[in-house]
Design a protein around this ligand. Sequence first.
Ligand SMILES: [Zn+2]
Length: 405
Amino acid sequence: MIEIDPERLIGNLRKLSEFGRCGTGVHRTAFSDEDLAARNWLSDKLAAAGLGVEMDGFGNVIGRGASRSGPHVLVGSHTDTVPRGGWLDGALGVIYGLELAQAIADVGEPDLARVDVISFQDEEGTYFSCLGSRSFVGELSEADLDAARNAAGERLRDVLARRSMNAGQRLRLDPGQYSAYLEAHIEQGPLLEAEGVPIGIVTGIVGIRRFRVTVSGQADHAGTTPMRMRRDAGRALLTLANRLNACFETDANPNTVWNFGSISFKPGAPNVVPAEAELMVEFRDVDASVLDRFEARLHEVCTPRQGQMPVEVGVTTLANEPPTLMDESIAKAAEHAARSLAAASRRMPSGAGHDAMVIGRHVPTGMIFVPSIGGRSHDISESTHEADIVRGCRVLAATLSQLLN
Ligand SMILES: [Zn+2]
């Protein structure tokens, strides 16, 4: 039995939140002074818990348990944040890992020292989304590195040079080394709180498909051109979007989400019939067959029959991230762990990306969520009740105990 120390856990979370403190939240974007200072602090804490610590040329930090007998379990997440982000987010999963390592050190049983703790770099994509975990599993190319830059246009290569960090020196995953990867995270949504369920057990991380729909027509005077003689790109696009929305409502599973996130007309004046119109469409689901169905609908709706619309319609794919399913036996272990602690749990997909999405392609992966107050995240208002934070860590400890046995 691994017994966590709630006071130490909360204390370490509070301490970490001082790096880049920003009101009630944290501003600790990847490769900032605050981010690197936090990574050094974490390294010291992991070393003090008896782990062998290494930081690589991106700032990925790993602490390795001392045991040489059998595969280890990797526990962690990320300590970088979005600008003006929350104090928990990925920090929660990393400090849970630290707490588990400390609790194991307290027990003093050498065979339990089969837990490694990791903080990945730039999960939030300040320069490149999931940079650290992608590098760890060998999914980061030199071309990706060349292209990586922040919103201000600063190249990652230049930041690394300025920081004297060597991108060639990388921590790399040996999949045989690990029987499991465990990541805990705040939910970043309102479901757990609304249902009064303290533990979410993630079934998978959704795949994302994103498209640009463009309609080309002709600009005309909006007062003098009869409706039947117009080649109105704007109205055509609105019609397509409505049809698409109706199809999606019919085709969706309970957890499918979709978004018409941006729409624009050109030239964009009240007295000109739009010549061009553009719509961004995105949908997410853990089930690839749902994504396939939605994509087929999109192409069907955007291929109007001859003479139906006097405009041209085009569809361009902008993103296609496949879903990552979490490991069923780890999910069962987490469910059992929650039950043994009299904590209600529910299965749920993750609508947001996580390092677990990348690691899960290589190592059996399990993920648990704790409730976010008001569903808030990626903002300084993000928080979770201390009782929920402690309960989540206990569930993770109980899950880990099963995996180590
Ligand atoms: Zn996160």
